[in-house]
Design a protein around this ligand. Structure first.
Ligand SMILES: [Zn+2]
Length: 159
């Protein structure tokens, strides 16, 4: 393992302490390249980290992993509803989740629907990255969305 790493998937997940990707997917050291940001929000460092896994390590699978009861999504929904400003760097996160907010739902259902919408949005943003899109077209890369449910401790794919 000292000579190199050969993880088979990139997992882009939330920072939530209950959703550690290695534990969720029952994987060991060296199996997953994990990138985590609150609400799976993309910025240049996150994009660069995902791109490193795909382009430099030639990993063929990226999983965008959202989860039930996401505090970042909840904060973004709450901030939009109340108009209250969050601390600066947390507002940055909320601003990047905001476009995914599902206004067709109310209350807890809005937060839950936005969790899935955020996964879809991040997945499509990654899929349209100029560095990644050609690999998808060539069948060398798949980018999938998924959700981890705290209540069932199960992961299911987000279409
Ligand atoms: Zn979260």
């Amino acid at each position: 393992m000292v000579s190199g790493q050969h993880p088979f998937a990139v997992v882009l997940g939330c920072i939530d302490s209950r959703v550690a990707p290695e534990l969720v997917f029952d994987q060991g050291l060296g199996d997953l390249l994990t990138v985590r940001s609150a609400g799976e929000v993309l910025d240049e460092a996150v994009l660069g980290s995902v791109a490193y896994g795909v382009l430099e390590l030639d990993i063929p699978l990226v999983v965008v992993l959202g989860h039930q009861s996401c505090g970042a999504v909840s904060a973004a929904v709450h901030a939009e509803q109340t108009g209250e400003r969050l601390p600066a760097h947390i507002q940055y996160i909320a601003d990047r989740i905001k476009p995914a907010i599902d206004h067709a739902q109310e209350g807890a259902a809005r937060i839950d629907a936005t969790v899935s919408a955020q996964v879809r949005r991040v997945r499509s943003q990654l899929a349209s990255e100029p560095d990644l899109a050609p690999r998808i077209g060539a069948g060398r890369l798949a980018i999938v969305g998924a959700r981890y449910e705290l209540t069932s401790q199960l992961v299911h794919q987000v279409d």
